[in-house]
Design a protein around this ligand. Structure first.
Ligand code: CU
Length: 154
């Protein structure tokens, strides 16, 4: 009964003389609100450089603390190609699903695409990510010790 009443009321409103412009505005504004809740993606942006320095492949900083909703932007500064690959056994419970959903252009499970061009970037927005420590590596340079830890706080 409730739906029937609402639909009838809207219909009556839309058909009311001189009311159509106002009704359209109301509908437009409702539509805008339905565009998605981006509030959790407006956190701080942190930069991590990926470098080859003195013969060592490094994430700089190798330890980074962020808050849920923040963005991390990895930059291919030197020594690329690099990528970001999280270790499945070094992330909080429930994080794998969130990461695989949040990581753009994955080339595999928990593994971001290679960034090849100088200063090319790779970004992850950690919205809805479980808090805790996230160990990750760079697939091409994992055996060369290119590892880092991200800590997500509430
Ligand atoms: Cu690398």
């Amino acid at each position: 009964m409730r739906h029937w009443f609402a639909a009838t009321a809207l219909f009556a409103l839309a058909c009311g003389a001189g009311e159509s412009a106002q009704s359209k505005m109301a509908v437009a504004s409702l539509g805008g609100m339905g565009g998605g809740d981006d509030a959790s993606t407006h956190g701080a942006v942190h930069t991590v450089d990926m470098v080859l320095e003195d013969g060592k492949y490094l994430f700089k900083p190798a330890q980074l603390v962020i808050k849920v909703g923040d963005t991390v932007r990895w930059v291919n500064v030197s020594g690329g190609p690099h990528n970001v690959q999280f270790h499945g056994d070094q992330i909080p419970t429930g994080a794998a699903e969130v990461l695989n959903t949040s990581m753009p252009n994955r080339m595999g499970n928990l593994s971001g695409k290679l960034i090849i061009q100088p200063n090319e970037t790779y970004e992850i927005v950690f919205a809805n990510a479980p808090t805790g420590n996230y160990g990750y590596t760079c697939t091409p340079h994992e055996l060369l010790g290119m590892n880092a830890t991200l800590t997500i706080e509430p």
